[in-house]
Structure formats: C-alpha cells, structure tokens
Design a protein around this ligand. Structure first.
Ligand SMILES: [Mn+2]
Length: 285
C-alpha cells in the first residue's frame, strides 16, 4: 500500500476555528454515455461555492466499451481495426476531455487512486489514464489503494495542529445492500488504523460513523472514525442519446443518485481541542 503525506491549509477561515474541506470523487465513468453531465455541472457549482481538497477514487476514465451504443461494430474487423495508433488517439481524446473537466480541481487535487476501469482502459490501450492525469496535475497516483496522512496547518500560528489519516481503496466485489456495502469498508480497519476509511466502486453514497478504542500513552482513548462509500456520476441524464441508459437500470440495480461525499475537518479555536469530523453526502438527480 502506497503512503502519502499531505499538508492541508484551511480551506476557509472561520471565527471559531479552522475548517479543512475534502472531497472524495470517483466512479465518473467518463467516456460512457451514462456519465451524468447535468449532475456534474451541479457538483461543479457546489464546489465553486465551497472549495476544498480533492482525492479521486478511481473509475474516472473509461475506454469505449462494446455495450456502448456509440460503438461501431464494423471496427471490430480485426484486419482494419486496429491500427493501434487509432486506439491510442481515441484514448488520448477521452483523457484530454476528462482533463478539461477536472481542470478546476487542479490546484486542490491531492491524489489519483486507480480503479478497475482504469485497469481495463490500460489493457485496451496500454495507457494508464490516472498516471497520465497525475503527471499532468503534478500529484501522485496510486493503483487501487493508499494510506494517507494529512497534516493540518494553522497559518495563524505557523504550526501543525493535528494529523488526520485515511485508508483508501477503490473497492471490489458486488452486493448492493447498504449493509453489505458498508461492511466492506469497516473491514478495512484490519489493514491499519485511521480516522477515515473510504471506498468507491459500489456507486453507493454512504457515510457511517464508528468508534475505535486505542490504548495510547497509558490511556484508553475513544476515537471517532468514519466509514464512507464514494458515490458515482454514472447515472445517465435526461438527455442521453439515443435512449436514456441508466447504468443501474440496465444492470437491474436499485437506481442511485449522482453524488459524492464531502468531509469537513474542523479544529475549534479553544486550546488543546482536537479536530471534529462531519460528512456531507452531496447528491443530485
Ligand atoms: Mn470500480
């Protein structure tokens, strides 16, 4: 598991303390007809009003799949397709469009975490989409999982006030019931201890609070933790052509909204107070 340390500046000054906002954004499946452009626009407006750091959780980019209505079956004639250069050219077209979409997050992006669809993208094109974006943004890329420590800087005192850690994994497997989905995240506690356990992949948007007991410096301490699943933007929209194809409908899953979780880390001004964490589940249809 890769380890990354980041220094966070407060995203917003408040009179009562310091606020650090952090978005986990994933499962866009950009490149399919099911990417919900309308919900994405609403998210961008929300983000501009409430800026914060961003960690991308994987399955952002998708090479066109055989089930995509835009796929031209005649291209499958192995003798014509594939001048391999055409495949690469198409892949880079998708990536450049995605890069434009993510441009507004560029200076606030901490990390790109890869998912299974990036692996499929790589298999089809030999291009690793998030390694490409990571290099373009000048931020690290981790395949599938990472352990992250975020040092919270206090610019008024020029010191670090605390550290929030997170164990991240794109996710794997299926199971659409809320319980089975969040249990996968709770199992991440066996990999190590952190304040935030975040997993994408299931497209469900869930935040579930938990508690950890830790014996530290001769004292038993109760630490609040959060288990989080990261949502999706692959829900289709009203304008899909040639017909609305909602991914969840097509797969026989319960329909889900488009959205992502936002984590608010708050340090009150009062001396010695440690951070508090709340999670907003942002969703749009
Ligand atoms: Mn996935």
């Amino acid at each position: 598991m890769d380890f990354h340390r980041f220094v966070l500046e407060p995203t917003e000054p408040t009179d009562q303390g310091l606020l650090y906002r952090l978005y986990f954004v994933g499962d866009l499946h950009f490149g399919t007809t099911e990417f919900n452009h309308r919900a994405w626009q609403k998210f961008v407006i929300e983000y501009v009003e409430h800026p914060g750091y961003v960690i991308f959780m994987g399955d952002l980019a998708e090479f066109i799949s055989l089930s995509d209505p835009r796929f031209d079956i005649t291209l499958l004639d192995k003798r014509e397709f594939k001048k391999f250069t055409d495949v690469k050219e198409y892949a880079f077209t998708i990536l450049r469009l995605l890069e434009e979409k993510l441009e507004i997050f560029k200076n606030y992006t901490l990390l790109f975490l890869g998912g299974n669809h990036e692996a499929a993208f790589f298999d089809a094109t030999t291009i690793s989409p998030l390694r490409y974006l990571g290099e373009s943004f000048g931020v690290p890329y981790s395949h599938y999982r990472a352990y992250v420590a975020m040092s919270l800087r206090d610019p008024t005192a020029d010191c670090y006030r605390s550290v929030v850690t997170a164990i991240l994994h794109h996710g794997a497997g299926q199971g659409r019931r809320r319980g089975s989905s969040i249990n996968r995240v709770e199992e991440m506690t066996m990999w190590g201890s952190a304040e935030l356990y975040v997993m994408g992949h299931s497209h469900q948007l869930i935040a579930s609070p938990g508690k950890h007991y830790r014996y530290q410096a001769g004292k038993l301490k109760l630490r609040p933790v959060w288990y989080i699943r990261g949502g999706t933007f692959r829900t289709g929209d009203d304008n899909s052509q040639p017909e609305p194809i909602d991914y969840s409908v097509k797969r026989g899953y319960q329909p889900l909204p488009a959205g992502c979780p936002r984590v608010n880390i708050y340090i009150p001004n009062k001396r010695k107070a440690d951070f508090e964490i709340t999670v907003d589940l942002l969703s749009w249809v």
